[in-house]
Write a protein that binds this ligand. Structure first.
Ligand code: NAP
Length: 261
């Protein structure tokens, strides 16, 4: 059998036989990533807070490629949700050997007005639930000596928005976490990386970017002078998940049109 690094380039992007959990994949970036992983052959557990038409559509996307893909639901702001999601995924598609912690909560509010409840919720969903999912998935990855743990950060790690201080800090914590865990997990064949979007045209930005003055101001700060579409994150995710990315670990890979420079 060929080693991972002896495959042809095209073969090295295959995810055939892999099982992936992508949180927050009913919509937006997560949905585009889930679809791309399925297109490359992975069986995928798509996820939303609760059952929805969007989640059903995302499930249909992935099942078109890998019919054993499944949908799981749960609010990662709730205690015990990461455990429940991991168990639901394992019983639906088997223990995931790829985890992409993409779901997040983002609150825009001046920093002096952020209540404790909103601060804790953002840290819980964006940072702590990611950590918990990594903890839960790692033992099976270690046993099979192959795995991919991927957090989804933000350009706000290096360009914090003045009205999202906790969100930006929660994402910056992921950058540190993956560098720490990458060293710990590397001997077991598990890579740990942080995929870091810039400004994507997704539901959470729709109101803000519908304001032409604000949209132009944001665009002017992006060297490529354009907002990203969800699909723009798909190739980077496939790279980090596949054998093509087997030698990449501990990095923050920015998909941001140069905004973080
Ligand atoms: P989005 O369109 O707002 O979708 C968010 C997804 O996360 C949805 O599927 C949602 O589930 C799920 N979700 C929200 N709250 C949750 C909770 N408490 N528990 C579990 N799941 C929850 O998001 P996006 O814009 O694609 O962003 C995806 C990731 O990229 C996030 O981590 C975000 O921080 C990061 N990011 C985005 C941008 C951007 O410009 N869009 C920039 C930098 C970083 P439901 O569908 O069920 O509501």
């Amino acid at each position: 059998m060929k080693q991972e690094n002896q495959k042809s380039v095209m073969e090295s992007f295959s995810l055939a036989g892999r099982r992936a959990l992508v949180t927050g994949s009913a919509r937006g970036i997560g949905r585009a990533i889930a679809r791309a992983l399925a297109e490359c052959g992975a069986t995928v557990a798509v996820h939303g807070v609760r059952p929805s038409d969007a989640l059903e559509q995302s499930l249909a996307d992935v099942r078109a490629f890998t019919p054993k893909s499944a949908a799981v639901t749960g609010d990662l702001g709730e205690p015990g949700c990461a455990q429940m999601l991991f168990e639901a995924t394992s019983s639906a598609i088997g223990a995931p050997d790829i985890v992409i912690a993409n779901a997040s909560v983002q609150v825009r509010r001046p920093w002096l007005e952020v209540p404790e409840s909103e601060a804790l919720l953002q840290m819980q969903v964006n940072f702590h639930a990611t950590y918990q999912l990594f903890q839960l998935a790692y033992p099976a990855m270690r046993q099979q000596r192959w795995g991919r743990l991927i957090s989804v950060g933000s350009v706000q790690e290096v360009r914090p928005h003045p009205d999202m201080p906790i969100y930006a800090a929660s994402k910056a914590a992921l950058e540190n976490l993956v560098r720490n865990l990458a060293k710990l997990c590397a001997p077991d064949g598990v890579t740990v990386n942080n995929l870091c979007p810039g400004v994507f045209a997704t539901d959470r930005n729709a109101d803000a970017l519908n304001n032409p003055t604000y949209a132009e101001k944001v665009r002017a700060g992006i060297p490529l002078r354009d907002f990203a579409m969800p699909e723009d994150a798909a190739g980077a995710a496939v790279l980090l998940c596949s054998a093509a990315g087997r030698y990449i670990t501990g990095v923050t890979l920015r998909v941001d049109g140069g905004m973080g420079i």
